[in-house]
Design a protein around this ligand. Structure first.
Ligand code: SAM
Length: 311
């Protein structure tokens, strides 16, 4: 009996220690510089790439095939967003801006399958370096370090503007929307996917939901979330979208990604084990956030928003 009690005691102690480390090592948003450092370190330790592949976004799990492979679901996501937004109507050679491009997963698909000429920008220098390493020279893709809130391109420089899961890192959503739409030429195609909260004014969060939202913000460098409706209004106010913004909620298509991203660690154990004990610890450290994300998206506290409009 005393053995059982001491086992419980050590288990509680272990879980408490994990919780403390989880909170102390949170990657709270302070500025775009802290987001850059977080992505630099996620890129340099190779853990994210080994687990999530070259796409740092959720996958698309079609209703008729929920068993699609984790990595194929990410590729499918890019094709689904292209189709839904109408980007595939643009001719080969069209200039596309990928805002918050990560290590270039989407950019390479847009260049390879659709023949576009893609410029990817990210705030993380390590991601630009890795994106360049991963991109074959025959693809029309170039990558630059740039702040999405201060794009160094002339008005109307692009035939299409694309952004996947970057907006939640922006502290000024209006500037984010205005900069993207400014660089889109009249008649060009705009496609964006992002993590949103539900409308928290109309449906205020409970005590537990407030706690969950705080973790989702502070663990992965997010300053704030907007609802799909709020961000749609922000886009619509910009004269270049002429108020013709269309949105959808892809929660049901993308939600299987969360559990799948944990299972992926067991499917490819050597991907982590070969990076050493610290990598194992770091990957375990992300599990509570992934579970909270899954819960929040499943319960509708968070929404997976997709947005499209023509310039
Ligand atoms: C979740 S990742 C998505 C990456 C990529 N779109 C993909 O789907 O693989 C978020 C991306 O947004 C970028 N980002 C965050 N804040 C940024 C900013 N202020 N300016 C430019 N990029 C930013 C990050 O560096 C990262 O590349």
């Amino acid at each position: 009996m005393s053995g059982f009690i001491s086992s419980i005691f050590f288990l509680v102690l272990f879980l408490l220690a994990l919780a403390i480390i989880w909170r102390i090592n949170a990657r709270k948003y302070i500025s775009s510089g802290t987001v850059a450092s977080a992505y630099d370190s996620w890129t340099q330790d190779k853990l994210l790439e080994r687990l999530w592949g070259e796409h740092i976004h959720l996958g698309f799990y079609p209703v008729e095939n929920k068993n699609i492979d984790f990595r194929n679901a990410k590729i499918q996501f890019v094709h689904e967003l292209v189709k839904w937004s109408g980007l595939d109507k643009l001719p080969k050679g069209s200039r596309i801006l990928d805002v918050g491009c990560g290590i270039g997963g989407s950019s390479r698909i847009l260049a390879k399958y659709y023949g576009f000429n893609v410029t990817g920008i990210t705030i993380s220098p390590a991601q630009v370096k890795r994106a360049r390493e991963l991109t074959p020279s025959e693809l029309n893709c170039n990558f630059q370090v740039m702040d999405a809130l201060d794009l160094k391109f002339k008005d109307g420089s692009f035939d299409g503007v694309w952004s996947v899961e970057a907006g939640a890192h922006m502290n000024d959503k209006t500037k984010f929307a205005d900069e993207m739409l400014r660089t889109l030429r009249p008649g060009g195609y705009f496609a964006l996917a992002d993590w949103n909260s539900r409308d928290l004014v109309e449906y205020p969060p409970s005590f537990w939901e407030k706690f969950v939202l705080k973790q989702l913000l502070e663990q992965w460098g997010h300053p704030n979330f907007t609802s799909i409706n709020e961000f749609s209004k922000i886009l619509s106010k910009n004269k270049n979208s002429a108020g013709r913004v269309i949105t959808d909620n892809w929660n049901s298509y993308t939600n299987p990604s969360w559990y799948d991203s944990i299972i992926e660690g067991f499917r490819r154990p050597f991907a982590i084990l070969s990076l050493g004990p610290l990598a194992i610890f770091k990957s375990i450290r992300e599990i509570p956030t992934i579970l909270l994300m899954n819960w929040a998206f499943r319960k509708g506290l968070m929404d997976f928003g997709v947005y499209k409009c023509r310039g």
